[in-house]
Each structure stands twice: as C-alpha cells, then as structure tokens.
Design a binder for this molecule. Sequence first.
Ligand code: ARG
Length: 466
Amino acid sequence: MNKKSPVSRSGRFAGGPAADVAQFTESISFDWRLWQHDIQGSLAHATMLQKIGVLKPNELSAITRGLKQIGKEIAAGKFSWKPELEDVHMNIEAELTKRVPAGAKLHTARSRNDQVALDVRLWLRDEITALLKEIADLQRALVTLGEKNAEVIIPGYTHMQRAQPVYLAHHLLAYVEMLERDCERLWDCHSRVNVCPLGSGAIAGSTLPLDRKLVAKLLGFVNASGEVQLTQNSMDAVSDRDFAVEFCAAAALLAVHISRLAEDVILWAGAEFNFIRIADAYTTGSSLMPQKKNPDIAELARGKTGRVFGNLMSLLTLLKGLPMTYNRDLQEDKERLFDTADTVRATTRLMAAMLSHTLVNKLACATAAADPALLATDLADYLVRKGMPFRQAHHVVGAVVALAERSFKPLNGLTLAELQEIDKTFGRDALGVFNLKTAMAKRNLTGAPGTKEVARQLARWREQLS
Ligand code: ARG
C-alpha cells in the first residue's frame, strides 16, 4: 500500500492501490505527452471558473502562474512524474495543488473523463495540422522529381507487365492525387475532432453554471465560419472515440498509399529496373555483401503499414463492446493513437527526404520505354481511325504481335508488306505509329499521360502546393 493516496482516492479509500495494481493501471508512462494540452485545457477551465465566480481573481492568477511554471519544468525535463498518481491529469493537478492551495478548486465541475477527451482532441488537432504539412512536403517532393525529369518516359504496367508508355511525372503525380485525398480525409476528420467536450463532467455535466462556450472559444473550438463547436450530449462526449478511429482509418489509407509508392521505389531501385538511384545517405548496406545498397527507408515505410493497420483494428475492437459511458478500457486508446500518428508522420517525412535525394537513370528509362510493344494499342487505334471496328483492330494487331514474336523481330521491325499480308488496311503511315514522341503528343485527354496534359498537371500541382 502506498503511504499517500492519489488524488482520486482520497476520502473513499483506506489507502492507495497495491503496487502491481498501480503498475497495471497507470498511464503516465505514455500519456505524459499530453501535458501541454492538459495545461492548455486547465488554463481555459480556470479562466471560466473565475468568470462564473468559483475562483477569485487572485486564485486564478496563482493557478495560471503555477500551471505555467509546471509547464516550463516539464519542457525542461525537470518535472518528476509519479506513477502512483496514475496519469498526466493527476500528476499536474497534484503538483499544482502542492504549490498553490487554490489548485484544489481547479477540478470543480470537471472529471478526468471529459478532461482526457479534451486533451486527446486538442492533441490530435495539432497532430493533424502537422501531418498535413508533412504530406504536402511529400507531394512537393514528388512534383519536383517529376519536373526535374519532365521528358522521361517509362513503361506503365498492369499486372506488372509492360502496358503503355507514360511520363514518369504522370506516374509520380498519381501518388500526389492519392495523397491529396488523404489530406481531404484528414481535414474532414479534423472538423469532428474540433469539438469541445469539456463541461460534460464524468457523465452528466454539472449543476454549476459553467460557461462551456467561453472554454471552447478560448481553446479555439470554432468552425470555419467562427461558430463555437460544443459536444451536444454529455454521455456521448465522455465515451466517444470516433474521432480517434477516423484519424486511424485515414492514416491507414495514407499508409497504404505510401506503401505502394515504397514498393515502386524498391522495384525501380533494383538492377532489373534500374530506373532510379537513391542517394547513399538514404540507403543502407549489407553486413555481408559489399556491393549491396538497400532501399531500407522504402522497405520500412512498407513494413510499418502493418502496425498502422493493427492500431486501427485495436481501436475498433477496444470500442465495440463498451457499455455507456466512460470505461477504463478507453485508456488503451492512447498508445494506438500515438503510435499511428508517430508512424505516419515519420514515414511521410522520410519518404519525402528520400525522394528529394533520388536521381532518375534517364538512359535506363529510355531503353525500357523504347519497347515498341508498348504502342500495340496505338496501332489498333490507327486501324480504328481508318474505320475498322475496335474489336477487329484488336484481333488484327494481335496477329501482328504473334507474327513479330514468331519471326523474332520487334513489333516495329516488320515490313509494310508483312503488315498488309495480315490486313490490307495498313498503309504506308502505319509504322509511323511507333514514334514515341508523336505517340505521347496524342494522349491529351484530361488525366491522360500526354505531353501537354502532363505539363499542365505538373503546373497545376506546383501552383496548388505553393
Ligand atoms: N487515464 C485515463 C484515461 O486515459 C483518464 C480518465 C480516467 N477516468 C477515470 N474515471 N478513471 O482514460
């Protein structure tokens, strides 16, 4: 038994919890990182308590000074966290009360249930803002790589088989689009995170005349039109973790996108493709094979996706059987949430840094893109322009491909006579289809990898991300 009871146990309990119980139930080892937001919330709550007459002006200034001082000490690493005080909320409050007697009034009409809901929302709001910046940096790194290699054409793949030529920039911009949707989802999630739960108490609000609007305003819980955002049901407010799930779901999809990008990077960096060279500082070597240069950042980006998915599943599972309202199970939300935020932020940042230190092997790309088979569909389109139904044109070009294969020639190595033997529709201009430059100039539908369209998209993104 502890000699001194933690704040929450004074009165009702004869002593503190058994040592292993304290160890099992503590959360300070991970929720200490909410300290800034916990203090921020307490400052707003205290300001409101003074406005409604619960605190005297001098008590408010003492509490404010005390909290700020504690904040300074925590930031400087000089604060000693006590596991027997369970969590960040009680550690800060107990220390404050030790220094400032009026600190004992701070928890008026507040429960750790609405306090923790508040802290996590405040913390997540900042995390989302920071993550959005990292994603924009990654988008900019992709656009820059595309711009620097604007003329580079590579084979586009379906089923991992060469399909049709695309500009490298078009391939990279596909990820910029995915990341933009991730930003939209995160921003949408932000609007539901950005709602103030304080004033919900433990479950049923308070009999005291709290000014919830004032607290929310002080903490910046306002929407784009400046309207204060308050939770509307105290029971929901203390037990809702939808916003955390939404964030973890949006983060999981972000992780999927980054993982796919990582996979492309890994393939391209290998000798079989040899499309890119990642700077030494962003690769690692092998302890045994001297020649190795491994794309570990991309591999870890792909690998870390697993824990981001796992965290989402943990949160969903954590919530599914909870009766109303707050249950201690909810304490398990934090590590999953923190780990997700840390993982996606670091991954996004490192992928951006790696791409900013990656060179494109233009020769290897040009060699791969010179494969005339990539333009087989263009040859079918040629026949369509001459009036042939597409199904028939597909069949005819199939026969051309088979003939080229049989005679060990590249597709553009067949003679006009050989083409005409398969179908009379082929004219003298048929082989002109295999000019890659003209072929790329023709693909100018919105969203297609044509010369003009890709330049337009690059310019659009450059402008949008600046
Ligand atoms: N550390 C707790 C959590 O993270 C704070 C809320 C505790 N509330 C309670 N009634 N025990 O969920």
